[in-house]
Ligand binder design. Structure first.
Ligand code: FEO
Ligand code: CA
Ligand code: CA
Ligand code: CA
Length: 628
């Protein structure tokens, strides 16, 4: 099998095989006996049992629909499909230059290291729009690049020269670009003084408990306070003080060792770092990515980054207080007592769900740096009865030597306190109308089959009710007393994706999943200003077998009150739909289309023989009304 065809998680498994689960019969038996328990969760519900009133999804038959569109069918077209009355345009694509002196994208060469550094990065994920001094700044994560596409001009899609490797490296990071709405829709503003590329080489300040710790010191940075760059930025967050949060996810796959037999430490192995990278080859052009020479360098990645887009010269901050893992997004809420709470998922099979609570309180216009440097870190434990608790991670609870160690080896700390292994936590989204939070658990084929990378069992049950979970689910919880800093919460399953055309058991999905709205692998989640929850998918787009009838990856809207879910958009072939935000007037929704044609079967957005290009699209209504 070619490594090109493997997902990040699959690749980690090839490089770092997990121990096999021995007692397979017992695992299956547990899965079967879970059904009755699960039914009882659906019927009476964890929240119902505790709160007295059922809040579980019910179809909206008796209620007025809050959907402002007619749902669309699934399809497998190489195009964007929207409901009647909606239109879209491309705002910016991978390789579009941000400055007028830089070269336009070249479909033959797919650019150079120098052109890529001056251009919009690849594979769009999290994004936000910031109004700054009468201008609008779009900030976007450029998560990674598909080697088969960016090096598609070379033999077998592999780098042929050092500059190819540099081009791939410069396609990663963040892009800040001013945008403007004209007669023909949204375009970027070339040469804006705010335009900026943040790359894997941009200087960053290490902050929080691990800053200056031995674990972060390297030959190039003996103080352990200045790290270079960010890469594999997946989901995002934003703060009420106008900064952007970018989350480092699969940071491990960029490190390698010249000696293929080099053994990394157990701590690095927990994060999937090994002697072999994923084919990016960065160590060939930058020796800090050689883990045998610089074993602490991987400890300086895997964080949430804070960026101030209003100041193009600002030094981004790596926030070690929020823990080190494969961060998906960072959903911030200001708690009713003023403390800053950040919910975060660790997207790998059987990893955990986290919460950060600041020690200080947010005051508009006040000092904010300490709010993301000084606080407490927690991990979630779910009980089958619909309740749960947050377990604090500190030296006393974990047996670790210091908060620095907890902040760097966060996964190991969470294993030590017995947190609940989850089915790949992707985006977390907080309901703006009440203290209620949702997480997309995208899928987990290893549930009930294999432990996680730390050896923690992946028991079937609770918020992860299906063995070999190929479809994914959305779990939600409400903190005790509507207090996001409380220890306790109650939870239920908002939706279990499935295929009701094929299955009549748990794999059919929850009752709000129908033949008309079915999908798999929920990933992006965000609430709009009307309190509707938008769901983006990153799943199996084969449209065959267990996924027959589900078509390409897509975007849906969900009513948190009624449980109703309707399909809003279908993306082009072989893409993932990820990242969304709105213009300040809410008349435009910006959406990311990541890796169209990742297996070679798309020419979106330009069509013809064009190279497929990840792009941000703007979605508007023909009548000019708000879109969420
Ligand atoms: Fe980059 Fe978990 O998705
Ligand atoms: Ca994701
Ligand atoms: Ca995903
Ligand atoms: Ca992706």
């Amino acid at each position: 099998m070619s490594n090109h065809d493997l997902s990040f998680d699959d690749y980690d498994e090839v490089v770092n095989p997990r121990p096999e689960e021995n007692d397979f019969d017992a695992v299956l038996a547990a899965a079967m006996s879970r059904r009755d328990v699960l039914k009882s969760i659906f019927v009476v519900g964890g929240m119902a049992a505790i709160g007295g009133t059922s809040v579980l999804p019910r179809m909206a038959s008796a209620l007025e629909s809050r959907f402002a569109f007619s749902p669309i069918d699934a399809n497998a077209l190489d195009d964007i499909t929207l409901p009647g009355g909606y239109l879209s345009e491309v705002v910016v694509r991978w390789g579009d230059p941000l400055w007028s002196g830089a070269a336009e994208f070249d479909h033959n060469t797919r650019g150079t290291g120098a052109s890529q550094e001056m251009a919009f990065g690849d594979n769009i994920d999290g994004m936000e729009v910031f109004p700054v001094g009468g201008r609008l700044l779009l900030v976007v994560n450029n998560e990674y690049t598909n080697r088969s596409i960016i090096w598609g001009n070379r033999e077998e899609g592999k780098a042929a020269e050092e500059d190819d490797v540099l081009k791939g490296k410069m396609a990663h990071g963040l892009t800040v670009v001013e945008i403007a709405e004209g007669e023909n829709g949204w375009t970027i503003v070339k040469d804006s003084p705010f335009n900026r590329r943040v790359t894997p080489d941009t200087e960053m300040a290490l902050t929080g408990p691990a800053a200056g710790d031995e674990l972060l010191k390297t030959a190039a940075d003996p103080q352990g306070t200045v790290a270079l760059g960010t890469w594999n930025n997946c989901g995002n967050g934003r703060t009420p003080w106008g900064t952007y949060l970018a989350c480092e996810e699969n940071f491990n796959g960029y490190f390698s060792a010249e000696d293929a037999d080099h053994q990394v430490s157990a701590e690095l192995s927990r994060y999937g770092v090994s002697a072999e990278d994923w084919g990016y080859g960065w160590a060939q052009i930058d020796e800090r990515f050689d883990v045998s020479r610089h074993p602490n360098e991987p400890n300086r990645a895997g964080y949430v980054i804070e960026l101030d887009p209003a100041n193009p010269d600002s030094v981004p901050r790596k926030l070690t207080a929020l823990g080190r893992f494969k961060h998906e997004n960072a959903e911030m809420v200001i708690n009713k007592d003023g403390r800053v709470v950040v919910y975060m998922g660790d997207d790998e099979r059987g990893e955990f769900l986290y919460r950060y609570v600041s020690n200080g309180v947010y005051a508009p216009g006040g000092e904010t740096d300490s709010l993301l440097e000084d606080g407490k870190l927690y991990v979630a434990k779910f009980y089958d009865n619909g309740s749960g608790i947050w377990l604090e991670l500190n030296p006393e609870t974990t047996g670790m030597a210091s908060m620095a160690e907890v902040s760097v080896h966060t996964r190991i700390a969470a294993s030590a306190v017995g947190a609940t292994t989850m089915d790949r936590p992707e985006w977390v989204a907080a309901n703006p109308n009440q203290a209620e939070v949702y997480v997309a658990l995208t899928n987990n084929k290893n549930r009930g089959i294999k432990p996680n990378a730390g050896g923690d069992e992946t028991v079937v049950g609770g918020p992860n009710p299906r063995a070999e979970n190929i479809y994914g689910q959305i779990v939600r919880w409400r903190p005790t007393g509507a207090d996001h800093a409380a220890q306790g919460f109650v939870w239920d399953l908002y939706a279990m994706a499935g295929n009701p055309n094929l299955h009549d058991d748990l794999y059919a999905g929850s009752e709000n999943i129908t033949a008309d709205n079915m999908f798999n692998s929920p990933d992006g989640l965000k609430f709009d200003s009307n309190g509707m929850l938008w769901i983006q998918t990153d799943g199996n787009y084969s449209n065959e077998d267990d996924f027959a009838g589900q078509g390409n990856n897509q975007m849906l809207a969900a009513d948190p009150v009624t449980g109703e879910i309707q399909r809003f958009m279908v993306g082009p072939k072989e893409c993932e739909v990820t990242g969304m935000t709105w213009s300040p007037d809410r008349r435009t929704m910006f959406v990311g289309i990541q890796h169209p044609g990742e297996r070679g079967d798309s020419h979106w957005p330009e069509g013809g023989d064009a190279v497929p290009r990840s792009a941000v699209i703007a979605i508007r209504r023909e009548d000019g009304a708000v879109v969420g």
